[in-house]
Write a protein that binds this ligand. Sequence first.
Ligand code: NIG
Ligand code: FE
Length: 428
Amino acid sequence: MQKIDLLIHNIGTLLTMAGKNGPRTGADMSQVSPVEQAAIAIADGRIYACGPEEEVWSRISDLVIMEQLDAKGRLVTPGLIEPHTHLVHAGSRENELSMKLKGVSYLQILEQGGGILSTVRATRLATEDELYEKAKTSLDRLLLCGATTVEAKSGYGLTLEDELKQLRVTKRLHDTHPVDLVSTFMGAHAVPLEYKGRADEFTELIINEMLPEVKRLALAEYCDVFCEHGVFSVEQTRRILQAAKDLGFGLKVHADEIEPLGGAELAAEMGCISAEHLLAATDAGLEAMAKAGVIGVCLPATSFNLRLTKHARARSMIEKGVPVALSTDYNPGSSPTESLPLVMTLGCLHLGLTPEEVLTAMTVNAAWAIGKGEEVGTLEVGKRADLVMYQKEAKTLAYLPYHFGINHVDTVIKNGQIVVKHGSLLYG
Ligand code: NIG
Ligand code: FE
């Protein structure tokens, strides 16, 4: 007989995010589908029933309920989806802070052999176990902030063996940690020092050796490229993405972050699932993305940390029909933070999004940006029971970005299991 493994009742406000089954833009981004005095019944890790408490009780009236959780009037949302991290790496780069304060730019630091390349040196020297332990600490932090699915990119190895090392760590985390991981190969993250001045040759290495081997070992679903002045040109990016597409990878691109190279247009041309950063994307680029259905992943913690006064034009994206997602971009250089609450606040204050648009960007649209929209991102019957319950104080959605710099998460449920309780990890 069907049984209910967990019944969460007495939910003050449940934001189900139910609505259009696909990435949302325009007015649809404001739809959070609230239910007051709600309940959620979970069976086999999935949502069996959810909605007004009385309706849920009547739907499960003849079923055995194994466990009950009184939400005590709290706010509940879907588990947050983190669609863009550089999770697996070694070392840290606090030395760049004083350079930044002296006015040295991100690309200048990279040009001098620092930045991404300094993390490449540390990552090449690290063992798989060391990478695993460090990444696990960060994944725990993301989980404590409410993330239940996280994308992770390689790109600090830049040799076949060192890229595979990073990707194996991502797989091991996916297999051992409650959070689900989505793996992206990003061998085209920087041109390593041994290929300095020979970016075309490194591009060939990625196409001919790295991509086929990553595919053969099934270590990544997506391929991403840092398309930027002094890194990979639009033409090199196109070649890498085409090769990845031919092998069956989904495509992503770090596009128009610093200079308007035409990365947004390229994302549309190549049929990328998402384009990231986009601070310098032109109107034509955003319009092409809207037409091609490319999701714009905005990274406001990165522009904040790089001390940029310009931010991604998320409002224009929404007006033009680009679905917007938000992410920490967690990495040791441009965005050393796992703080999803900070991203919520910057999404409002720097990008001009409403709290409702921010939540859509961090649940539904983030899920579609990593191809998981059918499974997660909303709380609807049949979807995975991944959800977040907030502290008593945070009664409304707007409270989350408003009371900033604070993590308001109380409880996280992943696949129907309580993995965070009263702000502490409970799994393992
Ligand atoms: O998304 N822009 C390129 N890649 C990362 C930064 C990586 C790093 O600085 O280590 C980003 O910002
Ligand atoms: Fe990034």
